[in-house]
Design a protein. Sequence first.
Length: 165
Amino acid sequence: MKKLIAIWIAGLAVYLAIVGRITLYDFVVGSLISLIAGLIFGTKIIENPGKIFSPRRIFYAIAYMVYYLFVVEPICHFKVATMILGIRKYKPGIVVIDYDYKSEYAVAAIANSITNTPGTVVVDIDPAKKKYYVHWLEAYSLDPMKAWHEIVSQFDKWIKQVFEG
């Protein structure tokens, strides 16, 4: 029951944030969608429902979203735009980046963050070897540590606080 309630509250919050308003209609529709999602996925998605309501985790999740949208995204868009205009050179390549996350949610969150960032795409994840394979437009170094520093480090501290803290 706790898992169902956790998904319902989290899903409703996300739904209301996406629609950008709180009306009775939105609350009812969001509640129904979240409730159905909770019934279908609750036992498979949520390991510890108490973590969802941790104020520290919520703070870091919000801080990460703000940082990502207002710092990381604009910088990367600018870099890619300068490549398109020929101002900046690009050297595409696939880099292998090690990770040490215990949570599958952290692995997925980092992979999504990398892929959503212009200039990088996670093309494969090897959970057995704990490696991301990333197509990078600026693969000036194939060294895994340098690639980790350039691509993953900006997400690492935030995601660890949200999913592994």
